[in-house]
Design a protein around this ligand. Sequence first.
Ligand SMILES: Nc1nc2c(ncn2[C@@H]2O[C@H](COP(=O)(O)OP(=O)(O)OP(=O)(O)O)[C@@H](O)[C@H]2O)c(=O)[nH]1
Length: 298
Amino acid sequence: MKSGFISIIGRPNVGKSTLLNAILGEKIAIATEKPQTTRNTIRGIYTRQETEEREGVQMIFIDTPGIHKPKNKLGDFMTEAALNTFHEVDGIIFITDDRLSKGPGDPYILEMLKKVETPKLLVINKIDKTGPEEYRRAYEEFEGTGIFSGIIGTSASQGKNVEDVIKAAEAFLNEGPMYFPADMVTDHPERFIVSELIREKLLMYLQDEVPHGVAVEIEQYEENPKLTRIGAVIYCEKKSHKGIIIGKEGRKLKGVGKSARQEIEALLGTKVFLQLWVKVKENWRDSDFALSNFGYKE
Ligand SMILES: Nc1nc2c(ncn2[C@@H]2O[C@H](COP(=O)(O)OP(=O)(O)OP(=O)(O)O)[C@@H](O)[C@H]2O)c(=O)[nH]1
């Protein structure tokens, strides 16, 4: 049996969650069109049972939150957490979707990666959108940095070359134990996934009206075979944001609640009674109290 921990990193919005979902074949990480929607570390577990022809493998993927130049305390914490993770894992998958020179984010991440000995695989995602010339240029530019053990072009959303990524990631693994039961795809409690689903819907419904200052906290979670009762508080940064989130005659919040509820029902396999409240907590992203309160700090 081979096993190990693999960190998935890259600029916001390059398709980390989509790739992780494609590898695992289930919706665990949350994929939206908004940058930096993944704040917490979500682990996905890929297990292939041993057969007569093939050795068994287990990869535990760590979906590292958006790494970027810190702008506030939340950013500092995330960058620090990411660096610590890099030293501890068996391999790193760095995902990009374009040329190295295009976005300001990639050179920053590459500088971070140079300081880490852990083997690294590069995935150039969204090849369905990139022309062959552009792809070749990106390939050569990244190859020139000399820090990657392999480079693979993928379309995570179309499932293209995802198998190659799995194969390359297997090379990171060492003889080791099975850390988790074979049928487990994530070790996160379902209520965490539920809060991420609510946040995903919020970001979808809000467009750009309320930027990333929303957090979701599950206050009530009562499971029954037929009905799960869930109460969640949506925290926003400003009083004016509260009105926007609720919407005219409560319509926006109702929409968020309805589409979140439908996905949660599919996830849990029960009917769901979902109640949402909106509360203002000013500048929560800059307060140590709020950071630990929302679980961003040990
Ligand atoms: N065309 C195309 N779009 C993709 C591909 N992979 C992901 N996307 C889209 O890109 C957007 C961002 O994908 P995510 O998986 O949320 O990106 P992420 O890197 O996890 O983003 P954060 O969690 O914010 O860091 C979504 O709209 C995806 O549908 C791809 O291979 N091709």
